[in-house]
Design a binder for this molecule. Structure first.
Ligand code: SPV
Ligand code: MN
Length: 622
């Protein structure tokens, strides 16, 4: 009680009243503990009202964490020069000796907590703590996971308001509620209001308490508790409870004719493989672009978007390729730009299709062409991981079911890889198990010149969720395999690859072709077209694609292109299976079915090669 009195002195009477009316003892204890430890000068408790949201927006500007731009509602936030992405090395799970998280980045729980508490001690001195009550997924739904975030960054608090549903009233009216918890402090700030002690940046995940701590960082992927920190907590919870927490978009695909049913798809793509451009594709609708929860109900699978906004990569957003996002980024409304270049109140970024200024302000401070960092590396005008944060609701292509607490029924799951020589542009698995194992759990993305890795290297990233796994890989796959038990209707599984090249290194598919692949999936889910049985799964018939190309893109899809795109490249597929097989051999407790199903696929490929040769045109399988 004495401590509560301390909080009273740090709160306005309104904030204190808001806190007292939340009768959940766990809420009060948690806040009390971290007010005492972090020692903020002030505590602001946010209710769901616009007035409180507006207070945080104003604070972000007053404190210099955001600056207003020329267009009303737009602001820019800069993260520190060396705080521009998720810090994988310093993101660790706090584990006790009996917990085995093979292959994951772990630290002894006691040791980690001790370190974290020392880092958080007095970290909010001279600052205000924002107390936020939020929800993952729509509120009052079977999917909802409630969340309590403490942060000393108004930018983080503002981002969470754009990205997640407010839930103060739910906490207030349900004293027994269970929830995820997050403590974030940007730590000591420099004169640009950036975290100063980047060497002491830590993100520790304590799943025993469903709490994530984050300190000495501002970048949203490290700090916004409800984003990736909560995905890590949710994957574990989902595995225990028999549902799926996935790094997936959620989108609607309309029928070909008026009145035909819309089918919803989720999609997991490693970064740089076309995730956002798929869920934002012309003609269809978006429910979410990053994280989805999938649950079973009445024998079917339903999904929700965990978020209500987008924290999207701004690089290459331009009026030609992304007209809908471009429009939002150029009109009045709430948008936070981060790590772009600002000149005369206008943001610029890589691949925006404009001539970029030769000077301005960016994540390094005052910027000019040729500026180098302390290692002598040239600083680009905008960071390649620069972002925009905005709500989904104002988007023209937002799906009307975004806030439906029931979620939407999932007709199909898309796994998008990136390779120049192995997977065809689109194909469907024979069944759930083969899809999970040979498509989802075999996802790879080929490195390009844009990354620091060696060009052409294949990075394994099962279900595009590898960075966020909080359970052993084998358990994660087993949860997927088990997921369909009891279902009357199982979602179809598709693989896509937008990056296939011909022997001269030219891309075989175009930017807009994904519209056709999506409609083909729609046709498959509705049992409207047959498909060709190939060793890796079902392939489209030429005639079906030809019609879709003509109808959707007014394009003549030649049979020659079809053959190039859909021929089975046996050696490359076998090499891939071998790589994946070896990767799983390196883990403990992988389900036997993983190896059996991979081997069966290898066997089908080898038999086909004996009959038809190494590169097999689809009609050979008829
Ligand atoms: C991703 O990297 O997958 C993102 C951005 O969506 S971050 O919030 O950094 O995770
Ligand atoms: Mn993501």
């Amino acid at each position: 009680m004495q401590v509560l009195e301390i909080i009273r002195t740090k709160c306005t009477p309104e904030s204190f009243e808001k806190l007292l009316t939340v009768k959940n003892p766990e809420v009060v204890d948690f806040i009390v503990k971290y007010v005492e430890l972090c020692n903020p000068d002030k505590v602001f408790v946010r209710a769901d009202c616009e007035e409180d949201a507006s207070y945080i927006r104003k604070k972000a500007i007053e404190l210099g964490e955001e600056k207003p731009l020329k267009i009303k509602g737009h602001t820019v936030h800069f993260d520190g020069i060396f705080d521009q992405a998720r810090d994988k090395g310093n993101t660790k799970f706090l584990v006790t000796p009996e917990i085995n998280l093979e292959g994951l980045n772990c630290i002894n729980r006691e040791e980690g907590l001790e370190e974290m508490m020392a880092l958080l001690k007095d970290s909010m001195k001279g600052k205000e703590m924002y107390v936020l009550f939020l929800c993952l997924g729509p509120v009052n739904s079977e999917f909802s996971i409630y969340a309590l975030q403490l942060t000393d960054s108004a930018y983080v608090a503002h981002s969470e308001d754009i990205l997640y549903r407010p839930a103060y009233e739910i906490f207030r009216n349900n004293p027994d509620i269970k929830f995820f918890k997050y403590v974030h402090s940007a730590g000591e700030l420099d004169d640009r209001k950036n975290s100063k002690n980047i060497d002491k940046r830590r993100i520790y995940v304590d799943f025993l308490e469903n709490t994530v701590y984050s300190v000495n960082t501002q970048y949203a992927g490290n700090t916004v508790g409800l984003k990736k920190p909560s995905l890590r907590l949710a994957i574990r919870k989902a595995s225990k409870e028999g549902w799926l927490a996935e790094h997936m978009f959620l989108m609607g695909v309309k029928g070909l004719e008026e009145g035909e049913p819309k089918i919803y798809f989720t999609g997991a793509f490693p970064s740089g493989c076309g995730k956002t451009s798929t869920c934002m594709v012309e003609g269809e609708s978006i429910v979410g672009d990053d994280i989805a929860y999938l649950r079973k109900k009445d024998g079917k699978v339903y999904a929700v978007n965990v978020e209500r906004g987008i924290f999207g990569i701004i690089r290459d957003v331009n009026p030609v390729d992304d007209p809908l996002i471009w429009e939002m980024l150029n009109k009045e409304g709430e948008v936070i730009f981060s790590n772009v270049l600002i000149k005369d109140g206008i943001p610029y970024w890589q691949g925006d299709g404009r001539i970029s200024p030769t000077q301005g302000e960016n994540f390094s401070g005052k910027w000019y062409v040729g500026k180098v960092d302390k290692f002598g590396n040239e600083i680009p005008f905008a960071h390649p991981n620069a972002r925009y944060t905005m709500r989904l609701k104002p988007l023209k292509n937002v799906d009307p079911e975004l806030e439906n607490p029931q979620g939407v029924e999932v007709g199909g799951i898309i796994y998008g890889g990136r390779d120049s020589d192995t997977w065809p542009a689109v194909f469907e698995s024979f069944d759930w198990e083969q899809g999970v194992i040979t498509i989802g759990a075999a996802l790879e993305s080929e490195t390009t010149a844009a990354t620091l890795d060696r060009v052409g290297e294949r990075k394994f990233n099962l279900m595009a969720n590898l960075d966020f796994l909080s359970i052993p890989v084998g358990e994660y796959i087993q949860n997927h395999l088990n997921f369909i038990s009891g279902l009357k209707k199982t979602p179809r599984i598709f693989g896509v690859n937008y990056f296939l090249k011909d022997e001269n290194g030219r891309y075989l598919t175009g930017m807009h072709d994904k519209r056709v692949w999506l409609k083909w999936m729609w046709l498959r889910v509705n049992n409207r077209v047959d498909a060709i049985t190939a060793p890796i799964g079902y392939l489209p018939y030429y005639q079906d694609l030809r019609e879709l190309f003509s109808q959707l893109l007014s394009k003549n899809f030649s049979e020659d292109d079809y053959i190039k795109i859909f021929s089975i490249r046996v050696s490359h597929n076998l090499e891939k299976i071998q790589r994946i097989f070896n990767i799983y051999k390196g883990f403990k407790n992988i389900p036997d079915r993983v190896f059996e199903v991979l081997q069966q696929q290898a066997q089908r490929l080898k038999s086909a090669r004996d009959k038809f040769g190494d590169i097999i045109p689809p009609h050979k399988f008829l």
